[in-house]
Design a protein around this ligand. Structure first.
Ligand code: PLP
Length: 391
């Protein structure tokens, strides 16, 4: 097979490092500077576009947006102050009072709360559906439905839901199909190629990658991103130029980091499967995972998120967490360091045992965001913590 290198689209590692291609100017810095300025010299309309950092047109915000769009394969993108700002601004941009959203029941807890408790105050209602059945999605669509929202992979049960049948439904009914693909990153999954209209990320996680910033992004068609930008100017969750610069720096190593997360994730998932103190391991790279087939075919890696269900339930999980010496007990995910948390205390706090079980969170469930450390060191730490957990 011939491979015409001159017509190759740059890959995600190249885009992460260089961003969108453009002409270089002699003397320009290799590393773009932080333009830490809220406002810019401008006196009258003939001076051109009015730049103001809340508007999202600070040079750092603009450069970041171009790189993100290139990575996701969309027309445009926008960086915002958090993942929740990205979700909230997109939903506000797409709905008005009287509209309806159909959303997966398997969502990050705060996204669920936004839809369930906050958007009704703006006159927007939501029906939550079991994301596994296309019939459920179809039955939930009403004449006033405007948006379908899916999270894949899911937090924390790492289900990898196939967006294609939902995309077909959205197209047929003229709805906008949004996917939160935070856990996957554009390195492992490109939802737009599977029919999704716009992709949301909490860039606080893998895109930033160092647990040192809070940011969110939306990547999608020009019209939608313009509308998200318009709403964001009104509500005000702009991404600070320094955070935009840090996020751009994170993107330069995204591909290399994610490859290492993928490798460590698979090695650890297999290792945990052999441990008697572990009742169940949930990782899409394992053959017994319900979505292994889809993930194998459509993802470039299984990711760094895995979950273990410990023998001995919640008591054992508490002991396990307390005994960790290398991995860090902390919420959040996607950083270079391994983070371990119990969703019943964090993202899914306040849910009944039945609700937790419906989200795949069994008694003794521990979520692990596998970092990029030497995997043998992680195994040693987990081994001693499992011994303590067994009591
Ligand atoms: C899947 C998912 N989406 C969105 C968010 C919200 O992101 P942020 O904390 O950056 O607002 C999170 C946070 O954990 C998440 O896990």
């Amino acid at each position: 097979m011939s491979d015409d290198l001159s017509f190759r689209r740059p890959g995600p590692s190249t885009v992460g490092v260089h961003g969108a291609r453009r002409t270089r100017v002699p003397g320009e810095p290799v590393v773009p500077p932080i333009v830490q300025s809220s406002t810019f010299f401008w006196g009258k309309p003939s001076d051109g576009e009015l730049l103001y950092s809340r508007y999202g047109n600070n040079p750092n915000q603009e450069m970041l947006a171009r790189k993100l769009a290139e990575l996701e394969g969309t027309d445009a993108a926008i960086g915002l102050a958090s993942g929740m700002a990205a979700t909230a601004m997109t939903l506000l941009a797409l709905t008005k009072s009287g509209d309806h959203v159909v959303a997966s029941s398997m969502l990050y807890g705060t996204t669920r709360a936004l839809l369930r408790d906050e958007l009704p105050r703006r006159g927007v209602s939501t029906t939550f559906v079991d994301p596994d059945t296309v019939r459920g999605w179809r039955a939930a669509v009403r004449p006033n439905t405007r948006v379908i929202l899916l999270e894949t992979p899911t937090n924390p049960a790492v289900r990898i839901l196939d967006p294609r049948p939902i995309a077909a439904l959205a197209r047929e009914r003229g709805l906008t199909f949004l996917v939160d693909a935070t856990f996957a990153t554009p390195v492992n999954l490109r939802p737009v190629a599977l029919g999704v209209d716009a992709v949301i990320h909490s860039a606080t996680k893998y895109l930033g990658g160092h647990s040192d910033l809070v940011a969110g992004v939306v990547c999608g068609p020009h019209g939608l991103i313009e509308e998200v930008g318009r709403v964001a100017r009104l509500y005000g969750p702009a991404l600070d130029p320094h955070a935009a610069w840090l996020l751009d720096r994170g993107l330069r190593t995204l591909s290399a980091r994610v490859q290492r997360h993928n490798e460590n994730g698979l090695v650890l998932a297999r290792w945990f499967s052999d441990q008697p103190a572990v009742r169940r391991v949930i990782y899409p790279g394992l053959e017994d995972h319900p979505d292994h087939g889809f993930a194998k075919e459509h993802m470039d890696g299984f990711g760094g998120m895995l979950a273990v269900v410990l023998e001995g339930g919640g008591v054992a999980a508490d002991r396990f967490m307390r005994s960790l010496e290398l991995a860090i007990a902390a919420p959040s995910l996607g950083g270079v360091e391994t983070l371990v948390s119990q969703p019943r205390y964090t993202s899914h706090i306040g849910m009944s045992a039945r609700e937790l079980a419906s989200q795949g969170i069994d008694d003794g469930f521990v979520r692990i965001s596998v970092g990029i450390e030497d995997v043998r060191d992680l195994m040693a730490d987990f081994q001693q913590a499992l011994e303590v957990a067994r009591g």
